[in-house]
Design a protein around this ligand. Sequence first.
Ligand code: HEC
Ligand code: HEC
Length: 413
Amino acid sequence: MLRVNRSTLLFATLLGVAACDTSAPTAAPPTANPPAPLSQSVVVPASLGDALRLLTTAQRRQFEVGRAMFQTEFTPETGLGPLFNAVSCASCHEQPVVGGGGSIEEGGEDVELHATAFHGGTTQCDDLAAVGGQVIQKQLTPAFSAYTGLTAEPIPAAATDSGHRTTPDLFGFGLLDAVPDAEILARADPLDRNGDGISGRPNRTADGRLGRFGRKAQAATLREFNADAFVMEMGVTNPLNQTEQTIGGLPLPPGIDPLPEPEISLAQLDAVDAFVRFLAPPPRALLGLLGARGAFVFSRIGCASCHTPVLVTGPNPVRALRFKAVPAFTDLLLHDMGPDLADICLGQAQPAEFRTEPLMGLRFATTFLHDGRAATISQAIDLHDGEGLAARNRFVRLTAFERAALLKFLGSL
Ligand code: HEC
Ligand code: HEC
């Protein structure tokens, strides 16, 4: 088994000298990106949105097939709806390239509405599965709209909270899926035994598995998230999730959902799963001396206590995912971020708890925090409360030079 020296990796990753492929040859893979729409003045590195190195030819081909499927626009005839948020994965995950994040524009397709019921105490979170689920779809197919007289799913009466969710980028998420549970659990400190004011704890699914995907770490595996995204975002059922979303849990009237379930094949689901799984982390931008100083400020003021610079993947049948250092800048744990950021619950995550957002790919984000309420990185840090308050206060007290250094560093991720 490959042995990784953690402190070397940590600082190498902070400084941006370790890519995720610690054992990879240095030649960059050929770029097969279609020209992508660019709405902001970000310089897109040649390989952003490309696949991990070390894939086999067959895996690389599946990545390309999956990228096409990720961009395929569904219609009611091919399985869209009857409730949906958008017509393709790429209509939200598109900035600055396919597989990236969303934007906040007129229409607001890339910003979602989620709702749950939380009654406090030890009561489990109710994700409203019985009355239409936690994702509140913003669109209905013409047939369903004509039948119901509605243009969007109403928030179920049983909901106690709702919240907005911007679309995150997916660069490097297959590597996050390949991090062993033990690596994540080793950082959990639910009772804050080390007394640093930070008590990350894992989310768990209803059947007890460790959660890591979604802003509240509600989903255990990338594959399940991808399969559920087909249903919750597009109303496209698939072999892993064959249940259409409905309004208020009422059965769909006949003729509204013409295709039998599942609406896509296992091969189509597998291809999209491969595309997301094999998307490489963004190449790091050059740091310079100022940025290198910022990397140390980041550690010194306690940002790295939650935004763990590097996680290491475990054994994996896919060579490209095996024993790799992931410059993720997350511990994949839940932290209480204070009452202002609080919205819905999910799994064991209470309203104020969020998964440490990976900062991998931060420089391509256009808005920050789960609902996009922060317009700048500084604002996002300023809004850290709860377990994040001490680090936030240390940030506020930085000298102008140290602050510039930290922001330069963050702008390289
Ligand atoms: C309507 C916009 C929209 C569409 C369409 C969409 N997504 Fe997403 N995606 C989101 C949002 C919003 C989140 C954050 C959800 C959360 O925080 O719980 C997300 C999160 C994800 C994540 C988890 C990322 C993380 O931070 O853990 C994955 C994986 C993902 N989407 C894959 C897909 C796939 C695959 C498709 C197509 C089948 C798809 N998405 C379609 C908006 C969208
Ligand atoms: C207690 C754990 C914790 C600490 C300490 C912490 N963060 Fe965070 N950070 C989070 C969580 C959780 C989120 C997601 C919050 C949300 O989406 O509402 C986040 C979000 C962010 C974001 C927004 C990312 C995005 O794409 O929206 C930035 C930037 C950020 N943190 C930077 C920092 C910096 C810089 C520091 C040090 C001053 C820091 N954080 C300290 C937990 C932490």
